[in-house]
Design a protein around this ligand. Structure first.
Ligand SMILES: [Fe+2]
Length: 392
């Protein structure tokens, strides 16, 4: 996030003597995810962040691939993911390629006995159901329905939920998850044509400075294995930090849609960019206002990317019989478009209430066994159905 933030206390200059009230030095840590040249923050700990007491046997959470090569339109009911008390076990990976993985989770209990750190990937967690607090060493981020939580890889965190009814869409990215370059000027500031700007983000607040010793379990994910590490100090022992690397949230309801007289292409919905993928937000908006406009999208040939659409809420103008939490996968290589009847049905309509998240991986995804358990049969033939000409 190219916005400088400062919380708590930091010395007047970086890398100089900075002492605690008891006379000991603060322990400075540079935290970044792209060597020493990407965005980073300087963090001032009460204790060294290196005090490992012990570690346990690692265990695997690598998904099993069921379909390595796919050229079939498919669909999945993600609400078939059963609620699970344990956060790590609740995370179900559905699709993977060398850049990213995509999954869902229905965690039903707050994390109280361990912290989690994803050393593999930056995370985008879209909150479809649930609310609570994301706790990190940078501070806390209250979250609710519709929030995208962006967590740089390596961030130690804990989720505290308000209820046991939570449902997340999760993207893990091996490169940084960023806001689109074309929304920002050369200084990093969001420009006037961007559908959101600096005021729309939720930053970490109410930093905890925990001077506690004991056994603090951090489950660290690395190359698909979970390594249980026990540290001697609380991971949130931070007195202050500043810089440009930290977790934040952005609500899909703060995305201001761009509309036109005739159909606007999907890039107007872009919200984030990653290495070889984009994430877009489809939000309630007025339809195209040319007198002969066709609001439904035209058929299109996405030969260079797979296209995953996660349906959140509202009526889905271009699809028939779609449920909340349903995912469609339209693979690169064959064209796709509105369902039978959807184009006629859209003519003359003034607005849509649809809410959806689209993920376009530029490299084909492989499909896991856990995805197959949620798959709907024969979706690829759904364009052969009789047209549905009236609203469901
Ligand atoms: Fe599409």
């Amino acid at each position: 996030m190219p916005i400088y933030r400062k919380e708590g206390i930091v010395p007047p200059k970086r890398h100089i003597v900075f002492r605690q009230p008891n006379g000991e030095l603060y322990h400075e840590e540079l935290f970044g995810t792209e060597g020493f040249s990407g965005m980073s923050s300087l963090v001032y700990h009460l204790h060294p962040p290196t005090m490992v007491k012990s570690y346990g046997e690692p265990y695997s959470v690598r998904p099993t691939i069921a379909v390595e090569d796919n050229l079939q339109a498919r669909s999945y009911q993600s609400f078939k993911a059963k609620p699970c008390d344990d956060y790590i076990k609740s995370r179900k990976t559905l699709f993977v390629n060398s850049d990213m993985s995509i999954g869902v989770a229905a965690p039903s209990k707050s994390m109280t006995d361990y912290f989690f750190k994803n050393a593999d990937a930056d995370e985008m967690i879209f909150v479809h159901k649930g609310s609570g607090t994301l706790r990190t060493m940078y501070g806390n981020i209250p979250f609710e329905y519709g929030d995208y939580l962006i967590i740089p890889r390596g961030t130690v965190y804990q989720f505290h939920f308000d209820t046991n009814d939570n449902h997340f869409l999760i993207v893990e990215s091996h490169g940084p998850i960023e806001t689109p370059n074309r929304y920002r000027n050369s200084y990093g500031q969001f420009m006037e044509h961007s559908p959101f700007c600096e005021r729309d983000f939720k930053f970490p607040v109410d930093m905890e400075t925990r001077d506690e010793q004991g056994d603090f379990l951090i489950n660290i994910k690395k190359r698909g294995l979970i390594y249980p590490y026990v540290y001697g100090n609380h991971p949130f022992d931070v007195a202050g930090w500043d810089g440009c690397s930290y977790p934040y949230a952005f609500s899909i309801f703060n995305f201001e849609p761009i509309t036109g007289r005739i159909h606007m292409p999907p890039p107007i919905h872009q919200t984030f960019q990653g290495r070889n993928f984009v994430i877009c937000s489809f939000v309630p908006r007025l339809y195209d206002y040319h007198p002969d406009a066709i609001p439904a999208p035209y058929h299109h040939s996405n030969v260079d990317s797979d296209e995953l659409l996660y349906y959140v809420d509202g009526d889905f103008m271009s699809r028939n019989n779609i449920q909340k939490g349903q995912i469609t996968l339209h693979p690169g290589g064959i064209p796709h478009g509105p369902h039978p009847g959807a184009i006629e049905r859209s003519i003359g309509k003034k607005e849509t209430q649809e809410l959806a998240v689209m993920i376009d991986p530029f490299n084909p995804v492989q499909i896991t066994t856990e995805a197959l358990e949620m798959e709907l049969a024969d979706y690829y033939q759904s364009w052969m159905e009789k047209p549905v000409l009236t609203e469901a």
